[in-house]
Design a protein around this ligand. Structure first.
Ligand code: CA
Length: 418
């Protein structure tokens, strides 16, 4: 019996392997033909951008698409349903890990001293403060200790071929070819899956627009020269509207009568008005006159379960570098730590991260009930938190601006007319 069972087990395994083999071969062989056609179709655009045939052919030699990149849109392939997975998103407390921020902050202080002369020059040139620049370097590659493992040409070509934003990535791919044409070594084109390169992980189109020689050696090297990489980052932030001499924002303490439904960019107002409403810096220090005149919006990435922030123009600029509230907050806070401040005064409370499905469910019901919900995406952005807060307020619920099964059940009953 045992022998027979084992025989069937072996047979089943063999069958499984051969089925996988056929599927794998099909996946490899069939799209790669189309992929070659796709690559060939890029030539006129590359040529028009000044790329030589030699550079073009060398760039794509041996390059195959990488179907393991997240978020691809491949026809005929079943969509992966990850809407039930809580781990697909990180809580603010996890993302803004105190230990990691502390470690990067301490390292950042050393690099600040080491690159003082270059940073002063870059500050003078662009107005972007040294703390933010070092923080972006720390956030992106842990000060150059993280080496992105992928081939940028392969990543960009795959995303231009079967990604969800093909046009954007085709533009990035052409820009990457232009970088090679300008003399960037092929071996330097290493990236994360999204195709960003260099010590501060920037996209090729940004490189073509903003990269400069920061250390004055006549070359641009955003892979080995910290001064070049940080000057490039500073030029990018300057180009996106950085305000010289201003902070990204401030942790604040909200007055008892205010709540999280005031959050979000549409409620931007001068800091003086926030102060009139009773908001104070969590550090206890007063706002300066210039700060009081600047505009900011309230941001509470953990709803009522964490610190509150007033996000100023430079927060928006960092957010343009990488479109995420938590990313911008990480960089802002790390910069503050490098400056010698930055400990969050209000702690993040621990709570279960809601499932994407729960968030989507609430978004759908609130939209049906007339709450302005521009996107049904399952993500807990500032508008989603705000609308939940307004819904809770209108319905006499405890106001926490946070998606939960409690809010979903309530909104579901209301939307169904119960
Ligand atoms: Ca240089």
């Amino acid at each position: 019996m045992l022998v027979v069972t084992r025989f069937y087990a072996v047979l089943a395994a063999a069958l499984l392997i051969s089925v996988f083999g056929i599927v794998a071969t099909a996946l490899r062989a069939e799209p790669s033909q189309d992929f070659r056609t796709f690559v060939a179709s890029l030539w006129p655009q590359a040529k028009a951008a000044g790329v030589s045939r030699k550079t073009f052919d060398a760039a794509f030699a041996g390059v195959q698409p990488d179907y393991t990149i997240p978020d691809l849109d491949i026809p005929g392939r079943p969509k992966v349903d990850n809407t039930g997975q809580a781990e697909f998103t990180k809580t603010a407390a996890d993302y803004l890990s105190k230990g990691y921020l502390e470690k990067l902050g301490e390292q950042g202080k050393k690099f600040l001293a080491e690159h003082k002369a270059a940073l002063e020059r870059i500050e003078g040139l662009t107005g972007v403060d040294r703390y933010t620049l070092v923080a972006i370097w720390g956030r992106e590659t842990a000060y150059g200790t993280y080496h992105p493992p992928n081939d940028a040409i392969r990543m960009l070509a795959t995303l231009a071929y079967v990604g969800k934003r093909k046009e954007k990535f085709q533009e990035e791919l052409i820009a990457a070819l232009v970088m090679l044409q300008q003399g960037v070594p092929r071996s330097d084109m290493k990236s994360s899956w999204a195709g960003a390169v260099g010590l501060t992980q920037a996209m090729p189109t940004e490189y073509l627009k903003f990269a400069i020689d920061g250390d004055g050696d006549g070359k641009i090297d955003i892979w080995r020269s910290v001064a070049d990489a940080l000057a490039f980052t500073a030029k990018q932030l300057e180009g996106k509207g950085w305000v010289r001499g201003a902070r990204w924002g401030y942790e604040v303490v909200a007055p008892a009568h205010a709540d999280c439904s005031l959050e979000g960019p549409p409620d931007t107002r001068p800091i003086a008005d926030w102060v009139k409403l009773g908001f104070k810096k969590a550090s206890g220090r007063p706002f300066t006159k210039a700060e009081l005149q600047s505009d900011a919006y309230l941001m509470m990435p953990g709803g009522a379960y964490g610190p509150a922030f007033l996000a100023a123009q430079n927060f928006r600029v960092i957010r343009l570098y990488n479109t995420s509230d938590l990313y911008a907050l990480f960089v802002g806070n790390l910069g503050d730590r490098i400056r010698g401040e930055g400990e969050f005064v209000t702690p993040w409370k621990s709570f279960a991260q809601p499932k994407t499905r729960t968030v989507e469910g609430i978004q759908t019901r609130l939209q049906k009930l007339g709450y302005p919900m521009d996107k049904i995406d399952g993500k807990i952005g500032s508008n989603t938190r705000k609308q939940i807060g307004l819904y809770e307020k209108a319905n006499g619920l405890a106001i926490d601006c946070w998606p939960s099964d409690r809010v979903l059940a309530h909104a579901d009953a209301r939307a169904a007319g119960r």
